[in-house]
Design a protein around this ligand. Structure first.
Ligand SMILES: [Zn+2]
Length: 297
């Protein structure tokens, strides 16, 4: 059994980051990587042509909240009531479907802030996959996961219990946890610890898991003054953003491809392993090829 590499992109509602997404799409194309792209609904609504390009290049489309990233008070799926969560997820789902003609079935919670309420809404809204439970992760005050609630959750794909995301159960949602080794396997960590230490981190995770879920944000490849960040975002967070991060991703691709990792989209692995029905539903009727690309930011 080969190792599985899931390249995932969290596309927040940060006007300006569409440039970073185009760079990532080009990079994936050069390496033959097909990944999963989680889109904030407002981003999908503003850049429908780009969302369609993601699909045409073979990537899987998911949702990532409605306006996450561009608000002072971010969407918090840990605490928001059921109706509010349903509204955010519905609006985002509709926006992606309208842009690309495909109804998304994969979700990632903004900031990986998730709850059992979210699981319930996802089931009801026809989702099949989630990738939000921060198993084995604790940022020690540096990132956004500084609670231990889900630290001991399974690190490999599992069906959670409807009453406790930490445990296996009979949910219709398959959880594919973003990989972590205290710190997350994402671009922020890669930027901070450097490629060689990051490769050792991957090696360490590979001893106990054959699934490697990496994520990055398009905004990390665009210079800060070319984007619009929420006022609440600190200048510290904006440091280190720019096109010079692309070689780090290329280096990661080279590393995983030469170490027996097979690039996969979220749904590729589970359909075979767990006998799920194909989750993508094409709706050609809602495909709108004449929508124009709206410049923002
Ligand atoms: Zn995000």
């Amino acid at each position: 059994m080969t190792y599985r590499f899931y390249f995932t992109i969290d596309c927040d509602w940060v006007p300006g980051s569409q440039v970073g997404l185009e760079m990532l799409l080009d990079c994936c194309d050069r390496y033959g990587i097909r990944g999963t792209i989680f889109l904030a609904g407002r981003f999908a609504e503003a850049y429908p042509d780009l969302v369609r390009t993601c699909l045409q290049q073979g990537h899987q489309l998911g949702t990532h909240g409605w306006a996450h990233g561009g608000l002072e008070d971010d969407e918090d799926f840990r605490t928001a009531p059921y109706e509010q969560q349903r509204q955010w997820i519905r609006r985002a789902t509709d926006a992606v479907e309208k842009a690309a003609g495909v109804r998304p079935v994969v979700f990632r919670a903004p900031n990986l802030w998730i709850s059992e309420t979210t699981l319930r809404v996802l089931e009801e809204e026809g989702y099949h996959y989630d990738s939000s439970v921060p198993a084995r992760r604790f940022d020690m005050g540096l990132g956004r996961v500084h609670y231990l609630k889900y630290f001991r959750a399974p690190r490999d794909p599992y069906r959670p219990s409807r009453t406790n995301l930490n445990r296996s159960g009979d949910s219709s949602i398959l959880e594919v946890p973003p990989s972590s080794c205290l710190f997350p396997v994402n671009l922020a960590t890669l930027r901070t610890i450097g490629r060689f230490t990051f490769q050792r981190m991957i090696q360490w995770i590979g001893r106990t898991s054959r699934h490697l879920v990496f994520y990055c944000h398009p905004s990390e490849f665009v210079l800060p003054h070319e984007q619009q960040f929420p006022q609440a975002m600190s200048k510290w967070n904006q440091r280190g953003m720019g096109p010079e991060n692309l070689p780090l991703v290329e280096d990661l691709f080279n590393h995983v491809l030469s170490n027996d990792y097979l690039p996969m989209r979220m749904t590729d692995t589970a359909t075979r392993q767990l006998d799920l029905r194909p989750p993508i539903i094409l709706r050609a009727g809602s495909f709108q090829p004449d929508r124009t690309y709206r410049e923002e930011g």
